[in-house]
Design a binder for this molecule. Structure first.
Ligand SMILES: Nc1ncnc2c1ncn2[C@@H]1O[C@H](COP(=O)(O)OP(=O)(O)OP(=O)(O)O)[C@@H](O)[C@H]1O
Ligand SMILES: O=C(O)c1ccc[n+]([C@@H]2O[C@H](COP(=O)([O-])O)[C@@H](O)[C@H]2O)c1
Length: 302
């Protein structure tokens, strides 16, 4: 084998450090029991206009639930804000929504915001966002394997256990609230073949939400019933009805939203004066992009 260069050695060191820190929150015994599990990435799509404490709680609830199954090891959470071209009423610029989400997630060591969706020329269907992140995770895994292979045998033996952690392909699941599942029934909003790919190829982790009955939505849909094994319903153990719409409403009226969204996000909103009567009228009367694209006669969706 050709000797590895200094720069390659540096990259390998950094990659190993990254692998080690990704387990840093766990004790050794949990680490060992997690070893044999399927690595899983959670992806949440939505407006995040603005991000709330509950959006972050979704990830924590989902991770706990999946770990309790004994089958999965959640390795990453990705929050993907929708593009401006989605054209939802009151949707402020992605630049701000991403900045707020980044501020809110500063204290998380496993959830990150990914701007890819907002960088595309037009609105991207959710199945394509899932495909993109799945391909990215496979690509990353391959490059980590290459790095491991290039490490000299003595170094490699000490890192063998870490290397084997990353030899299993991860699964990627769409994380959502129960109201999101309800939108699957909205005529012309989702393409049937996309829903099929989402539930069959990827899978869903759905958190309960007051006013939505996910078990009923599953019963009412042949596809969802068929793919039930791939839909994880998570019951929120402490009800938390924060909604972005309510936060924007309170902000426009000068009411306090402290303890509902992070202080850093409150400060950002105040500094940039983001939510106003004018911002709430943005895209007013427009049809949501998916309804336009999927050739519809429905008048509006909020
Ligand atoms: N309180 C909540 N309980 C469960 N799921 C939630 C909650 N708030 C948001 N979600 C989920 O988070 C994802 C992103 O939601 P979104 O950005 O639309 O926020 P939202 O609070 O639902 O917004 P809005 O108030 O405009 O409906 C969706 O899957 C949604 O179901
Ligand atoms: O892929 C689709 O066809 C599709 C149809 C409707 C909505 N979505 C996505 O679902 C999310 C809904 O976000 P929200 O804020 O309207 O609840 C957002 O990420 C949209 O891109 C996706």
């Amino acid at each position: 084998m050709a000797p590895i260069s200094d720069s390659m050695r540096k990259i390998s060191g950094a990659a190993i450090q990254q692998l080690k820190t990704s387990f840093s929150g766990w004790s050794f015994s949990i680490f060992m029991s997690m070893k044999s599990r399927i690595p899983l990435i959670l992806l949440a799509c939505g407006s995040f206009n603005p991000i709330t404490n509950m959006h972050m709680r979704l990830f924590e609830l989902a991770r706990d639930h999946l770990h309790q199954t004994g089958r999965y090891r959640v390795i990453e959470g990705i929050m993907s804000p929708v593009s401006d071209d989605y054209r939802k009423k009151g949707l402020v610029s992605a630049r701000h929504r991403i900045a707020m989400a980044k501020l809110a997630l500063e204290t998380s060591d496993w959830i990150r915001v990914d701007p890819w969706e907002t960088e595309q020329e037009s609105w991207t269907e959710t199945v394509k966002v899932l495909r993109h992140h799945y391909n990215e995770s496979v690509r990353l895994l391959q490059s980590r394997k290459e790095i491991m292979k290039s490490i000299q045998p003595t170094e490699r033996s000490t890192e063998n256990s870490l290397s084997s952690q990353y030899s299993v392909l991860p699964e990627l699941k769409l994380l959502c609230g129960a109201d999101f599942l309800q939108t699957f029934q909205t005529p012309n909003l989702w393409k049937k073949e996309h829903l099929q790919e989402i539930v069959e190829q990827f899978g869903l982790v759905c958190i309960s939400r007051a006013g939505s009955d996910p078990a009923q939505y599953i019963n009412e849909s042949e596809l969802l019933t068929k793919c039930q094994h791939n839909i994880f319903l998570v019951k929120e153990w402490i009800q938390n009805e924060i909604s972005s719409t309510q936060i924007r409403y309170a902000l426009r009226r000068g009411l306090s939203v402290k303890y509902l969204i992070p202080d850093s996000v409150i400060a950002y909103i105040a500094y940039h004066n983001i939510y106003t009567e004018e911002s709430e009228r943005k895209n007013e009367g427009d049809l949501l992009q998916p309804l336009k694209l999927h050739n519809t006669v429905v008048t509006s969706f909020e």
